[in-house]
Design a protein around this ligand. Structure first.
Ligand SMILES: Nc1ncnc2c1ncn2[C@@H]1O[C@H](COP(=O)(O)OP(=O)(O)O)[C@@H](O)[C@H]1O
Ligand SMILES: [Mg+2]
Length: 286
């Protein structure tokens, strides 16, 4: 019997759905709280009874990433693997992979000092979008409409004690409808796609900001760009997010490594947890 271990730090809809579905599929499933694990250089795979495959589902990016590193060191198969997690968790690194593989993506600038950020913003012009390198749910994603606001934001970033806040990720503002497209990729399939709409007074379209979801059609064009994007970061179980630019069409702006699928599940007929588990079983047996 395939043993599946779901690693979490906060039990959300997704981790419960995966566990419940695994039990229904007669899998030997365990839920493991990442916060309780301790490991060392003398740890052995046999010290842990984690079975054939691990689904890394922590909310905390760094917790998941470094725990994955330890588990891979012990010889466990983890989905998504460390390399994919490291690329997708960081918007700068993701953008570089997308660009390298010629995936249509918004024009994005990188700067490494306050002076550099101001120079880049002047070069790209306004409006622009400033984002933290690491983060989700739209937190810290700022639309910047003028130089005055830009200067204040850069000043605030410089005062922040976190070294990453002084690395600047500056993106053109895409002219898009008040929605974006979230595609869930499992293995080499786009299993569902949804539109996410901004709530009334909000520019960001994250469901976590209260936006609503609606089923989207998976056109050949969408499927092609999404699968190419997923492959460009190493594949696995991914949430590929796109914007619909008025003149250029679909642009991939983000790839999520620990994809939330509650909003997508609400409006899709496909069973997302089931598809994820089938993929995990395939990897466990490979
Ligand atoms: N360059 C952009 N142009 C227009 N809207 C954007 C741009 N970048 C982000 N947004 C909006 O902000 C939301 C959050 O940005 P995103 O890059 O997805 O960060 P997060 O990882 O926090 O979700 C997007 O879903 C989109 O609605
Ligand atoms: Mg996003």
């Amino acid at each position: 019997m395939v043993e599946i271990c779901i690693i979490y730090d906060k039990l959300r809809f997704e981790e419960r759905a995966l566990y419940d579905k695994a039990i229904k599929k007669n899998l030997n499933a365990q839920l493991i709280d990442a916060k309780n694990l301790i490991l060392s250089t003398s740890s052995r795979k046999s010290d842990l009874q984690f079975g054939g495959i691990l689904l890394q589902r922590t909310v905390s990016y760094f917790r998941g990433l470094y725990l994955t590193s330890c588990l891979e060191f012990l010889g466990y198969k983890v989905i998504n693997n460390f390399n994919v997690g490291e690329i997708c968790g960081n918007k700068l690194v993701t953008s570089l992979h997308l660009a390298k593989h010629h995936i249509p993506t918004p024009e994005t600038g990188f700067a490494f000092s306050a002076e550099g950020a101001r120079k880049m913003l002047n070069k790209m012009g306004y409006p622009a979008v400033l984002k933290p390198l690491i983060g989700s749910w739209g937190r810290g994603v700022f639309p910047i409409r003028d130089e005055e606001t830009a200067n204040i934001l850069v000043e605030t970033r410089e005062e922040n004690g976190n070294a990453l806040s002084r690395i600047y990720y500056i993106q053109e503002m895409v002219e898009r409808p008040p929605r974006d497209v979230r595609c869930i990729v499992v293995d080499d399939n786009v299993i569902t796609a949804i539109y996410r709409y901004s709530p009334g007074n909000e520019w960001r379209t994250n469901v976590a900001m209260g936006g609503k979801a609606e089923k989207a059609t998976i056109t050949n064009e969408l499927e092609d760009i999404v699968l190419r994007a997923a492959r460009s970061v190493g594949g696995g179980i991914l949430g590929v997010d796109l914007m619909e630019d008025r003149s250029r069409g679909l642009l991939v702006h983000e790839i999520n490594n620990t994809v939330e699928f509650r909003g997508a599940q609400d409006v899709s007929e496909v069973d997302i947890a089931d598809a994820i588990l089938d993929y995990a079983i395939k990897i466990a047996k490979s």
